[in-house]
Design a protein around this ligand. Structure first.
Ligand code: MTE
Length: 379
C-alpha cells in the first residue's frame, strides 16, 4: 500500500473526459491501473455522507471513455419492447428519484482474512471499501415498465462498457439481480452522486445502484440491461463473487456449486481508536455498522475482555434502510495491552461470527467476523 500520488491522476485522467477524478491525498491506493483504493478508516467515520474524494474505488479494468452524446442504453431479452435510450431521455423524460445508499464491496475487510491465510491475486482491502452517498437517477422499475417484462422472466442482468480481460478474452463486467429486487423502488440507474454527475471512476455516465447488495451488482458504465429467466452468466456473477467453504481451494472449486453473492451480511467495524495506538484509560470507541437486504442495525456491542462481557454502544446516526449506522461508546479500560472487539445485530437478529477462521474463503469475500482492534492503554 502507498499513499495517493500524481501516479493516479496520470493513469486515470483522460483528456476527453469533462469530469476529472479527484481523490484526497490521504486516499490509500492498492493498485493504480486499474484504480483500486480506499480512504483511511479514521477519515471514513468523519462524515455520514462520504465525501467523494474519500469514496472507495473498485475497478477491474481501466475506466472506459464514454461519449455522453452517442451513449445509448440497450434494454433487451424477455421484454415486449426492446429499448435504446439516450442519456438525454434518461435525464429528462423519465422520473428521477434520490436514494441514500451505502455501497460496500464484498471484499471489504479482506486483509483480516489474508492475515489468517494467504489469498493470492486479490486486493487486500482494509475496512474502508465502503461509502455512503445520495444517488439520483431513474428507478429501474420505470424502465422495466416501459419495456414490458414477459412472463417467465426472473432476473435482470447488467453489462458495463469496460473491457475486462480474463484468460485472453474480453469478458466485460456484468452481474444480475432477481426481478423482484430489480422492481423495487430503491434500485436506480444512477447518473448523479451527491447531486453531481457521476465521476468517471464511479461509472459516468450511468450506473446501477442496487442498495443492500454487494457492490459488484451495482454495475458501472452501464451499457446493457437484459431481462432473462436465469442469473447472469458473466464471469463476475458465475465465477468471481462466489462464496465457498474454508476447505475449498482454487483447484478444488466447483464453480457451478458456489454460492452466488447477493445481499450483504451484517457487519460492524471500529474506526477509532486505530489498531496499534496508545489510548487513555477513558477511551471513546466509534465505528460503523451495516446490514444487507434493507435490514437495519438493531444493536452494536463492544467488549474489552474478548467477548466474555459486552456493553451496548449508542447509535449516533443512521436509522434508514439501505444506509449504514454510526455508533460510539466510552469505555473505561485497564492499563496494558487490550483488544477491543465489536459485533452488531440486525433487525432480523442476524449477528456476526466470532473468528475469521470460520468464514475464511479462498476468494476472500464477506468478512464479517467480530472486528478486533489491539491498543495499548496508558497507566
Ligand atoms: N462495474 C463495472 N462495470 N466494472 C467494475 O469493475 N466494480 C464493481 C462495481 N461495479 C465494477 C463495477 C465492484 S466490485 C464494486 S465494489 C463497485 O462497483 C464499486 O463502486 P465504486 O468504485 O464506485 O466505489
Amino acid at each position: 500500500m502507498f499513499a495517493h500520488s500524481e501516479h493516479v491522476m496520470r493513469a486515470h485522467t483522460c483528456p476527453c473526459l469533462v469530469i476529472p477524478m479527484s481523490k484526497s491525498p490521504q486516499f490509500i491506493v492498492h493498485t493504480s491501473n486499474p484504480l483500486n483504493g480506499e480512504p483511511p478508516l479514521a477519515t471514513l467515520r468523519g462524515n455520514f455522507i462520504t465525501p467523494r474524494e474519500l469514496f472507495y474505488v473498485r475497478n477491474h479494468s481501466p475506466v472506459p471513455d464514454i461519449d455522453p452524446q452517442t451513449f445509448r442504453l440497450i434494454v433487451n431479452g424477455m421484454v415486449e419492447r426492446e429499448l435504446e435510450l439516450s442519456l438525454d431521455t434518461l435525464l429528462n423524460d423519465l422520473p428521477k428519484r434520490t436514494v441514500m445508499s451505502t455501497l460496500q464491496c464484498a471484499g471489504n475487510r479482506r486483509n483480516q482474512l489474508i492475515a489468517y491465510a494467504p489469498i493470492p491475486g486479490e486486493v487486500a482491502w482494509g475496512a474502508g471499501a465502503i461509502g455512503n452517498a445520495f444517488w439520483s437517477g431513474v428507478p429501474l422499475k420505470e424502465i422495466l415498465n416501459v419495456a414490458g417484462v414477459k412472463v417467465g422472466a426472473q432476473y435482470v442482468a447488467f453489462m458495463g462498457a469496460d473491457e475486462v480481460i480474463r484468460h485472453d478474452e474480453n469478458v466485460g463486467f456484468g452481474g444480475s439481480i432477481p426481478l423482484d429486487k430489480a422492481s423495487s423502488p430503491e434500485v436506480l440507474l444512477a447518473y448523479e452522486m451527491d447531486g453531481k454527475p457521476l465521476e468517471p471512476v464511479h461509472g459516468f455516465p450511468l450506473r446501477v445502484i442496487a442498495p443492500g447488495y454487494i457492490g459488484a451488482r451495482s454495475v458501472k458504465w452501464l451499457a446493457q440491461i437484459t431481462v432473462q429467466a436465469f442469473p447472469s452468466k458473466n464471469y463476475f456473477q458465475a465465477h468471481a463473487y462466489q462464496l465457498f467453504s474454508p476447505q475449498t481451494t482454487a483447484e478444488t472449486a466447483d464453480w457451478n456449486a458456489g454460492l452466488q453473492l447477493g445481499e450483504l451480511v451484517v457487519n460492524c467495524v471500529i474506526t477509532s481508536p486505530r489498531a496499534g495506538t496508545q489510548v487513555s484509560r477513558d477511551v471513546q470507541v466509534e465505528g460503523y455498522a451495516i446490514s444487507g437486504g434493507g435490514r437495519k442495525i438493531a444493536r452494536v456491542d463492544v467488549s474489552s475482555d474478548g467477548g466474555e462481557t459486552w456493553t451496548t454502544a449508542n447509535i449516533t446516526q443512521g436509522d434508514q434502510q439501505w444506509a449504514w449506522t454510526f455508533w460510539q461508546i466510552r469505555l473505561q479500560l485497564k492499563a496494558g495491552e487490550t483488544e477491543i472487539v465489536t459485533r452488531a445485530f440486525d433487525s432480523a437478529s442476524n449477528t456476526q461470527p466470532e473468528d475469521v477462521r470460520h468464514i475464511w474463503n479462498f476468494k476472500g469475500y464477506m468478512n464479517n467476523a467480530w472486528h478486533r482492534v489491539n491498543v495499548n492503554v496508558k497507566q
